[in-house]
Design a protein around this ligand. Structure first.
Ligand code: BG6
Length: 488
C-alpha cells in the first residue's frame, strides 16, 4: 500500500504553552513526524511561546529532548531532528501583559496560514485572543486551536465561546477532541457509510443495544490536581465518549464536510435523554495491595482524602429519535482498570425464530469495533458446530485486525495530534468540535453532575486492575445483559 503524503501549504504555527506538557509529549513530536514524512513544506515556521525567559537555542534543546523522550524508541533520526529544530524559534511572552507581543509580530509573515495553538489553561483563551487582535494577528489567514477542557459546565463553555467569538469567526476556531483524530474513530464513519451491509440494520429494529467502553490501566498519575476537579464525566464522557456516541448514532450526513457532519452529530446530542440517577454508577479505585507505592489509591494520588470525584463511570442512556427509540446505549470509562482497551460493540437482536429449536442454542451477532490497541473489527457470526450429532450452533468471530489486513506497511501510523494539526493548516474543520456542539454536550452533562452533587453521592470503591465497581456489572444484569469483557 502506497502512503500518500500531500505536503501542506506554508504556515506559521505559534504554540502558546510551547514548553508545557502537551507540547512536549504530543504537539512537537507529532510535528516532527510530519516533518520526517515530508508533509511540512520547507517554508513552515514553528514558534514556541511561553512565559519562561529562555532563548531560541535553549528552546531547541528542550524540543530535542522532548522529541527523544516522547517518540517511539529507535524511531528518531538524529540528523533529521537536528535540521527540524534548527528552524524553531521561541518568544518569551506574557499572555496577560505586553511582554513579547511585538517580537512575536516580527516573526509572523503575511500571506501564509497563521495558526495559534492555545496549549494553555482555558482561563487564558480570552486574553490570548484579545492580544492577537490588538497586535493585528487576526486576519483571514489566522486560525486558533484550543484544547479541552472546553469549560467545566455550560456557563463557562458559553463564556469561552463568547471570548473567542469576539475576535475570531467560528470558521477560524479549531476545538480539539483528540479522539476524532484517531484512525479507527474515522473508520467508524467509513464502515457505516462506505458499506451497504450495515446501515440497513443500524437502528432499534435490529440492534438490541450498543456498548462503548474506554478503559485505561493508568491512574491519575501526576494529574491529580486537575483530575480531581473534573472526574471521568468531565474528562472523558462529555467529550471523547460523546463523540464516539455521535459517530455511531448519527444519521448519514449528505457529504463528508465539516458542517454536514457536525450538524448530524449535534442532532444526536440534542436528542440524548436525561440519565436517570439509578442508571449511573460512579467509582473510585483503591490502591493495588500488591504495589501500593506505585499504584496508590485514587484519593492518595489526588491528594484529597475525602474526594468524591469519580475515576470510573458507567451509565445507560437513550437517544430519543426514530432510529434509536428504545435502544439503550451503555457507556463506560475508567482509570486503573484491568486492561487498556477501547471498543464499541453493536449488539444485534436475536433472530425472530429458531428453526433449529432452542436446544441448538442461539447466538447474537455482535459487531465490535476496536479503537485501541490492536485496531480492528470483529463480527460474531453463528455457524453449525462442526462434527456429527445434529445441529448445534456456535458463535465464531469474523476477525479483522487492520494491521493484518493491510499488511506491515499498510497505511501510515499517524497519531491523532499530528493528523489534526495538519487539518488545521489545511483548513479542514470536519474533525473538530463546533461551538454549538460543545454547548449541547454540556447541556446534557450539567444536570447529571448537578444531580449527584445534590444527592451527595459518593463513588463506589473498586479494586485496581479490575472491571470497575460491581454495581457496573449489576447495571447490565438488571437489564439481562453483560458488558463485554475488557481485554488487552
Ligand atoms: C485525555 C484525558 O483527554 O484522554 C486523559 O484527559 C485520558 O485522562 C486520555 O487518559 C486518553 O487518551 P488516549 O488517546 O490515551 O485514549
Amino acid at each position: 500500500m502506497v502512503s500518500r503524503v500531500i505536503p501542506v501549504d506554508p504556515f506559521d504555527l505559534v504554540i502558546f504553552g510551547g514548553t508545557g506538557d502537551l507540547a512536549r509529549r504530543k504537539i512537537l513530536p507529532g510535528l516532527f513526524r510530519r516533518y520526517c514524512a515530508g508533509q511540512m513544506p520547507p517554508e513552515a515556521r514553528i514558534i514556541g511561546a511561553a512565559r519562561a525567559d529562555i532563548d531560541d537555542a535553549a528552546y531547541r534543546e528542550m524540543v530535542r529532548d522532548a522529541i527523544n523522550e516522547f517518540s517511539d524508541e529507535g524511531s528518531v533520526d538524529a540528523d533529521k531532528l537536528t535540521s527540524f529544530i534548527a528552524d524553531l524559534s521561541y518568544v518569551a511572552i506574557d499572555a496577560r501583559g505586553e511582554t513579547g507581543w511585538r517580537q512575536l509580530v516580527t516573526h509572523m509573515r503575511r500571506g501564509v496560514v497563521r495558526a495559534f495553538y492555545f496549549s494553555v489553561a482555558p482561563s487564558l483563551f480570552g486574553d490570548l485572543a484579545e492580544r492577537l487582535n490588538n497586535h493585528g494577528l487576526t486576519d483571514n489567514n489566522s486560525r486558533i486551536v484550543v484544547e479541552k477542557p472546553f469549560g467545566r459546565d455550560l456557563a463557562s463553555a458559553r463564556q469561552l465561546n463568547q471570548d473567542l467569538a469576539a475576535f475570531f469567526d467560528e470558521s477560524q476556531i479549531y476545538r480539539i477532541d483528540h479522539y476524532l483524530g484517531k484512525e479507527t474513530v474515522q473508520n467508524l464513519m467509513a464502515v457505516r457509510f462506505g458499506n451497504m451491509l450495515f446501515e440497513p440494520l443500524w437502528n432499534s429494529q435490529f440492534v438490541d443495544h450498543i456498548q462503548i467502553t474506554v478503559a485505561e490501566t493508568v491512574g491519575v498519575g501526576g494529574r491529580g490536581e486537575y483530575y480531581d476537579k473534573s472526574g471521568a464525566m468531565r474528562d472523558m464522557v462529555q467529550n471523547h465518549l460523546m463523540q464516539l456516541l455521535c459517530l455511531i448514532a448519527m444519521e448519514p450526513p449528505a457529504r463528508f464536510d465539516p458542517d454536514a457532519v457536525r450538524d448530524e452529530k449535534l442532532k444526536v446530542i440534542r436528542a440524548l435523554e436525561p440519565v436517570e440517577p439509578h442508571h449511573i454508577i460512579r467509582g473510585q479505585y483503591d490502591a493495588d495491595p500488591t504495589d501500593p507505592v506505585e499504584n496508590p489509591s485514587y484519593r492518595e494520588g489526588a491528594e484529597n482524602p475525602s474526594s468524591k470525584t469519580e475515576s470510573f463511570i458507567a451509565m445507560k442512556t437513550h437517544i430519543a429519535n426514530w432510529r434509536w427509540a428504545g435502544t439503550p446505549f451503555y457507556l463506560r470509562t475508567g482509570k486503573r482498570l484491568s486492561a487498556r482497551s477501547s471498543e464499541i460493540s453493536v449488539m444485534f437482536k436475536d433472530t425472530p425464530h429458531s428453526i433449529f429449536g432452542e436446544e441448538a442454542g442461539r447466538h447474537r451477532n455482535v459487531l465490535s469495533i476496536r479503537l485501541q490497541p490492536n485496531e480492528g473489527m470483529q463480527l460474531g457470526v453463528t455457524i453449525k458446530e462442526p462434527g456429527p450429532g445434529g445441529m448445534r450452533l456456535i458463535d465464531v468471530p469474523l476477525d479483522m485486525s487492520f494491521a493484518d489486513a493491510l499488511g506491515p506497511d499498510g497505511g501510515e501510523n499517524v497519531d491523532a495530534y499530528e493528523r489534526l494539526i495538519m487539518d488545521v493548516i489545511r483548513g479542514n474543520q470536519t474533525l473538530f468540535m463546533r461551538g454549538d456542539e460543545v454547548e449541547a454536550a454540556w447541556t446534557w452533562t450539567d444536570p447529571i453532575i448537578e444531580g449527584w452533587t445534590k444527592r451527595g453521592d459518593v463513588p463506589k470503591p473498586y479494586d485496581s486492575h479490575s472491571a470497575g465497581p460491581d454495581a457496573s456489572t449489576q447495571l447490565m444484569r438488571r437489564d439481562g445483559r453483560e458488558w463485554r469483557e475488557v481485554t488487552p
